[in-house]
Design a protein around this ligand. Structure first.
Ligand SMILES: CC(=O)[C@@H](O)[C@H](O)COP(=O)(O)O
Ligand SMILES: NCC(=O)COP(=O)(O)O
Length: 232
């Protein structure tokens, strides 16, 4: 069974839209866990547009692992080393983007990433790198000593030609290099099927669609339905 990490960022988007204290991402995470979430994912963006520092501190107390998504900045590394989530997923960030547009360019930023990954590992945090399904990026990820990569499925979700094959080849290559393979972004009940069959896939992180479905079904039921689709 593939593990499901439920990303609760957009519960915070709804909360912040009215400057209220509800809906509470921590409460949403508890319902997601009831529905079968194996972990909770949350992205503390540098502009704090949805999740805030105090959300991460509270989410850290959940009964399941917290996958803390963050830009590879000094501020975020220091925060992560302080609160020590189970895992940190390093992602690229652009201020103007609506969501994460591509993978982290680990080739370009390898020198800077090396020391940051080391520091996170010294704090006993499992590091994953959110990258495109590109052999060069995967090779560098392995060289940097990250135990996990998360493959960006955004282009696949948008129907880009040949993307499923790229993801398949990337998962195979990563496995060969000893990396644990995760995937996520833009996944739905409709498009998750072929992703579940990626070689050696261990975890999927899914957020925006599940929180959207939760408007109709409730989070617990939305997550339950996704879980039924994650068996190979
Ligand atoms: C890194 C990734 O693909 C997403 O989980 C990320 O958190 C997306 O950012 P938003 O949640 O702000 O859309
Ligand atoms: N890392 C991907 C993630 O956490 C969820 O992405 P999305 O389902 O919100 O697009």
């Amino acid at each position: 069974m593939i593990r499901l990490g439920v990303n609760i960022d957009h519960v915070a988007t709804l909360r912040n839209a009215r400057g209220e204290f509800y809906p509470d991402p921590f409460e949403a995470a508890q319902y997601a866990i009831k529905g079968g979430a194996d972990g909770i994912t949350a992205h503390l963006r540098e502009d704090r547009r949805h999740i805030r520092d105090e959300d991460i501190i509270r989410l850290r107390r959940l009964s399941v692992p917290l996958n803390f998504e963050m830009a590879a900045t000094e501020e975020m590394v220091a925060f992560a080393c302080d609160i020590k989530p189970h895992a940190c997923c390093l992602v690229p960030e652009k201020r103007q983007e609506l969501t994460t547009e591509g993978g982290l360019d680990v080739y370009r930023f390898k020198e800077d990433l090396k020391s940051k990954i080391e520091r996170l590992k010294e704090a006993h945090i499992r590091v994953s790198l959110f990258i495109d399904p590109d052999p060069l990026q995967i090779e560098i990820a392995a060289k940097l000593g990250a135990p996990v990569i998360e493959l960006h499925t955004g282009s696949y979700a948008q129907g880009a030609g040949g993307e499923l094959e790229r993801l398949h080849n990337a998962a195979l290559f990563a496995q060969k290099l000893g990396l644990e393979v995760h995937a996520g972004h833009g996944l739905t009940y409709e498009n998750v099927g072929p992703i579940v069959s990626l070689p050696g896939l261990k975890e999927l992180n899914i957020g925006h669609f599940l929180i959207s479905q939760a408007v109709f079904l409730g989070i617990e039921e939305a997550v339950k339905r996704m879980k039924t689709l994650l068996t190979r």
